[in-house]
Design a protein around this ligand. Structure first.
Ligand SMILES: NC(=O)c1ccc[n+]([C@@H]2O[C@H](COP(=O)([O-])OP(=O)(O)OC[C@H]3O[C@@H](n4cnc5c(N)ncnc54)[C@H](O)[C@@H]3O)[C@@H](O)[C@H]2O)c1
Length: 445
């Protein structure tokens, strides 16, 4: 496989889509050897068929603010690949959203969903809408306008969106409410729904919980545990909250959280009161973390800085893509970090990942370690189809089993001759093999 050739042809077709090319490059590098050992992949032109999305929907989203002014945002849904099940992936509302970010997320989602063991294809969507400072009414009108266009293209067996950055319980409620009104059915064409209308217990916590179950397995494979470890977390959103909750429960001490304005260092660690406060902070809609240091004076706020400069045993990226770069990686390594996991999607740059792997520390890629969110969405779909609700214990037990299985797949495909587990390679190969085989079985479509 000539990776450079494939990438330059993609770059020529899709100029400027840097995040998408970055995500494709990472997968191609990992699967090169396996690909070359299976001539049927080349014969089926499988790479060319997997790197392009099945379709991209782009639409305008006009809405009216509280003062009567009209705004227009762009809406996206990238239905990337449905070889192994209905399209499935979240919606992101953030000013940084563009086609490249939607495509990288949809591409990653395809392989991540394959790892979950559940029958789900990959998709992603969203808008450049900025929720910051918007009233509930404004968010509702935006969500309704977005859904007025999208509803025809989704459904419980077609494409099932969920939340992501900027899309939480409130937004899912407005989006699903409008979908239901237009589609005249109530079969759960969204996941992350409220508990009163078809949501699954443990879904809000699932990405963070699943991430920590995966980290627990990684440490266990080296005879280590989370007990007593110090943990740096970035972000203070849904994923950061679930990760802080489970890390603390498993005996670790979470000493940082962060926002776009800087980071908080709390040497005493996040107690349950402080973890609850993360939710309050998120509900303000201001998207700043600085108020934490006012609420808890033992903590210190570092303006404009990232948490990776603190000395910790474990670093968990939980905010956004490329939030941990080469210099951050050097700092973490020089401070003796033992394990890094990107619970955010593509949280680390390629240079940072290279350093972690060269230094043979435990490194978990997003598509493995954050798959607990979409896996639990898959469990929500199953409960909706059965018109039934499992208990929190039942969902949590299934989530635990899925994360264990993803870890096993990574070890199977990522173990190197010296015993080091290259989780990036393991996750990419396991996900790719499943999607590639399903694609070949179904013919040229
Ligand atoms: N929600 C899920 O179930 C889920 C599942 C898998 C992966 N993820 C990934 O996890 C990450 C966080 O998602 P979330 O659901 O917690 O979203 P969220 O909106 O609840 O929280 C996002 C957090 O990231 C911070 N952030 C966003 N953009 C930033 C930027 N440019 N610079 C600095 N900080 C920034 C925000 O301040 C916030 O604290 C994303 O990468 C998302 O794709 C989420």
């Amino acid at each position: 496989m000539d990776i450079n050739n494939i990438l330059s042809s993609l770059e020529a077709k899709h100029p400027g889509e840097v995040e998408y090319i970055q995500a494709v490059r990472e997968v191609l590098i990992s699967i090169k050897d396996v690909y070359e050992q299976h001539p049927q992949f080349e014969k089926a032109q499988i790479i060319e068929r997997l790197v392009e999305p099945d379709r991209v929907l782009m639409f305008k989203v006009p809405w009216v603010d509280d003062k009567g002014a009209i705004h227009v945002n762009i809406g996206y849904r990238v239905q990337f690949n449905n070889a192994i099940g209905p399209y499935k992936g979240g919606l992101r509302f953030h000013p940084s959203v563009n086609l490249s970010i939607m495509k990288f997320l949809g591409f990653e989602q395809t392989f991540k969903n394959a790892l979950t063991t559940l029958p789900m294809g990959g998709a992603k969507g969203g808008s450049d809408f900025n929720c910051k400072g918007k009233s509930d009414g404004e968010v509702m009108r935006f969500c309704q306008s977005f859904m007025l266009e999208l509803w025809r293209n989704i459904g419980p067996n077609t494409d099932v969106p969920a939340g992501d950055i900027g899309v939480g319980a409130r937004e899912i409620g407005y989006l699903y409410g409008m979908y239901k009104k237009l589609a005249r059915e109530n079969t759960g064409a969204f996941t992350g729904k409220g508990m009163e209308y078809g949501g699954s217990l443990v879904r809000p916590e699932a990405t963070g919980f699943g991430g920590l179950y995966f980290v627990k397995e990684m440490l266990a494979a080296k005879g280590l545990t989370l007990a007593g470890k110090t943990v740096a977390i970035s972000g203070f959103g849904n994923v950061a909250w679930g990760a802080a909750l489970k890390a603390t429960e498993l005996g670790a001490k979470v000493v940082t959280i962060s926002g776009p304005d800087g980071y908080i260092h709390d040497p005493e660690g996040l107690s349950s009161r402080k973890i609850d406060y993360m939710l309050e902070l998120r509900y303000t809609g201001e998207d700043i973390v600085a108020p934490y240091a006012k609420a808890f004076p033992e903590a210190k706020f570092y303006e404009g800085k990232r948490p990776w400069e603190q000395k910790v045993d474990i670093a968990l990226a939980c905010a956004t893509q490329n939030e941990l770069g080469e210099e951050d990686a050097k700092l973490l390594l020089s401070n003796g970090v033992q394990c890094v996991a990107e619970i955010s999607n593509m949280g680390c740059t390629e240079e940072a990942i290279k350093l972690f792997i060269e230094n043979k520390i435990l490194f978990a890629p997003g598509k493995a370690v954050n798959a607990g969110g979409v896996a639990t969405s898959g469990l929500e779909m199953t409960q909706n189809a059965m018109h039934y609700q499992w208990t929190a214990e039942e969902v949590d037990q299934k989530l635990h089993q899925i994360m264990y299985s993803i870890h096993e797949q990574c070890v199977k495909h990522g173990a190197e001759s010296d015993g080091y587990i290259n989780y990036v390679k393991g996750a990419n190969i396991a996900g790719f093999m499943k999607v590639a085989r399903a694609t070949i079985s179904q013919g040229i479509i």
